[in-house]
Design a protein around this ligand. Structure first.
Ligand code: ZN
Length: 293
């Protein structure tokens, strides 16, 4: 769906509400509090009243659209624009497109990002690597990285990336690239029946014992491939991240960095999805969607 079709399909509040109701309830309206279906429509306000718990509610309850005065059409356009911008869209740009103030644009953006936060357990061939967000994203040499780790020096924020071949990408903001932090994240995110592919950084050395196998790409010796193994997808993603951080977001506070990279990994993970707009709407209504893309 392109933007023009979207605007035609959702010309007003009513059409948006109808769409959300269909998606959420499929003509079987249920109270979001007590799940009773004994409800009656309060026609004028697009609301329902529950006979069972006596509460009134609308389809927006419990969604990212709850408690905003902004017309739903603007929300829908915002979702479209956020999903469409592969490298991200700044809240300033969003505020201009939607004709809302910057704070509202930021609120919309942050709420949309909450929907994009996912968790995945990876299994198979896993590329793992780190990148740094800050003044310069270029990766330091393994030697310098190991040295800074020993001294606990980091003036840039590291991100750990794990990519399952033909599967999902998981990104985590970390404090330091040391084993105490990286290994528990790997434990939580990767099934032991996996082959880990990494560079020669010492924090990954345990992978040989912990996982099915560990393939090391020694970049110092110009080694980038070993048979079917490489780290080219995650490295390609870092290159995109570098362009987006520098190109779109000039200042990202560490506080919001995880939300920001959740957005980028979500878009990466659903890049082949034919209707990313629907996907996001469904997720924002807390509907069950397939996690395998
Ligand atoms: Zn109820």
């Amino acid at each position: 769906m392109d933007l023009l079709k979207l605007i035609k399909k959702f010309p007003n509040q009513k059409s948006c509400i109808q769409y959300l109701e269909e998606k959420r309830w499929d003509n079987r309206v249920k109270c979001p509090t007590c799940f009773s279906d004994e409800v009656i429509r309060v026609e004028k306000e697009n609301r329902y009243k529950c006979y069972s718990c006596k509460r009134s509610f609308s389809v927006l309850k419990g969604t990212i659209f709850e408690n905003t005065k902004l017309p739903l059409q603007k929300w829908f356009i915002a979702i479209y624009l956020v999903m469409d911008a592969k490298k991200g869209i700044s809240s300033l740009q969003l505020s201009r497109h939607l004709k809302v103030n910057k704070d509202t644009a930021l609120l919309i953006q942050r709420r949309i990002r909450t929907v994009m936060k996912e968790s995945h357990i990876l299994k198979g061939i896993i590329e793992i690597d780190e990148a740094y967000v800050g003044a310069n994203l270029d990766k330091k040499s393994t030697r310098i990285r190991s040295k800074s780790m020993q001294h606990g020096i980091t003036n840039r924020t590291p991100i750990l990336g794990m990519y399952q071949r033909e599967g999902k990408l998981v990104l985590k903001v970390i404090n330091k690239t040391w084993a105490e932090e990286i290994r528990p994240i790997m434990d939580m995110s990767i099934n032991p029946n996996s082959v880990i592919v990494s560079d020669g950084l010492s924090v990954y050395r345990h992978a040989k014992d912990k996982y099915t196998d560990h393939v090391v790409m020694n970049h110092k010796k110009q080694k980038y491939n070993e048979g079917i193994y490489n780290t080219s997808t995650i490295e390609g993603f870092w290159a995109m991240l570098k362009r987006s951080v520098i190109g779109t977001y000039h200042h990202i506070s560490v506080k919001h960095l995880q939300e920001y990279i959740d957005e980028l990994s979500f878009k990466f993970n659903y890049r082949k999805s034919r209707n990313a707009f629907n996907l996001l709407i469904e997720k924002s209504l807390n509907l069950q969607i397939p996690t395998d893309g």
